[in-house]
Design a protein around this ligand. Structure first.
Ligand code: SF4
Ligand code: SF4
Length: 302
């Protein structure tokens, strides 16, 4: 499946052709991103707070589309702590420059500590301080992964990590936010959403700000083990090959019936497989209660 339908050349042609729809979202007009005479690629500023860089790894590992194509044809990543070559004051200057110019897509990976800002600092500044400054000049904010969306795993710890929406509310910042949860986020959720935004498509979101295109159905809706669920065939013994291959994993803690995502349809690792098809219960990684309120992950919910 090829999700990139616009090259830089096509993009320039569309801009010069005056397509007003380019860059439109329900709240943001593309003309705020580019002037009609600008040939600059849209900028992306990618901040990391309390994360494992797993969402970065997920995006980097995707073969179709790949990050190289994204960078050449679609957007310019102006700041990214994990993948950028610069460090120290040069990296800080790159961030300051991009933020001062404004009008970028702000991607946030990882949760921001709510218990005490000192739990996460980069370049002597708290992640909350850096986020607030960057959010103020952003065109749109994408929270990538469970942690940036809803707090994720760090929310269960002493830092009290919270997602982007918490800090937007706290500081009274009114910006368009799209949550792309998951642990990690699926690379196609990211590439597809950014491309749709830049193409001016209306991105419909649910109550938790997840794009309905990818989060409109549950894992259970499309699970290949669903026929066995309907037939009350539940796996009780991992060592029984007759059960292991196709029986429903509900007794082993599967959260698929309340978890939204198109994993069964697009699969992971460039379409190779995904959790329940591979024998692992869905841990509910795209839902706001993940992780602390859904653990233990491999035990049946009471
Ligand atoms: S394995 Fe999970 S998602 Fe699949 S049918 Fe059973 S409960 Fe539903
Ligand atoms: S199947 Fe469930 S646990 Fe696996 S990636 Fe999808 S939402 Fe997350």
């Amino acid at each position: 499946m090829k999700l990139f339908t616009i090259t830089r050349r096509q993009f320039i042609k569309m801009v010069s052709g005056g397509l007003a729809a380019l860059g439109l979202t329900p709240k943001v007009k593309g003309t705020e991103l580019f002037s009609s005479t600008s040939l600059k690629k849209p900028a992306v500023v990618w901040l990391e707070a309390q994360d494992c860089a797993g969402c970065t790894e997920s995006v980097l590992s995707c073969l179709e589309p790949d990050l190289k194509t994204f960078l050449l044809d679609t957007a310019a990543i102006r700041y990214h702590e994990t993948i950028m070559k610069a460090e120290g004051s040069i990296a800080e200057s790159a961030l300051d420059e991009a933020v001062n110019e404004g009008g970028y897509i702000l991607v946030v990976e990882g949760s921001i500590p709510a218990a005490d800002a000192r739990f996460c600092r980069v370049s002597g500044k708290s992640s909350e301080e850096t986020f607030v400054k960057a959010a103020g000049n952003a065109l749109v904010i994408i929270a990538i992964g469970a942690c940036a969306s809803y707090g994720g795993i760090p929310r269960a710890g002493v830092t009290g990590g919270q997602g982007v929406s918490y800090f937007l509310d706290k500081h009274g910042i009114n910006k368009t936010l799209i949550n792309l949860p998951g642990c990690p986020c699926h690379p196609l959720w990211f590439f597809d959403t950014v491309t749709a935004f830049l193409n001016g498509e209306i991105i419909r979101i649910d109550a938790y700000k997840r794009p309905l295109k990818h989060f409109g159905q549950t894992i259970h809706d499309n699970c290949p083990r669903r026929p066995r669920y309907n037939a009350n065939k539940f796996l009780s013994d991992w060592n029984n090959p007759g059960e292991r291959e196709s029986f429903c994993l509900a007794l082993k803690g599967c959260k698929g019936y309340t978890t939204h995502g198109d994993c069964p349809l697009i699969k992971w690792n460039d379409g190779v497989n995904y959790c329940t098809a591979n024998g692992a219960p869905c841990s509910g990684c795209t839902e706001p209660p993940f992780y602390d309120e859904l653990s233990p992950l491999y035990a049946r919910e009471e």
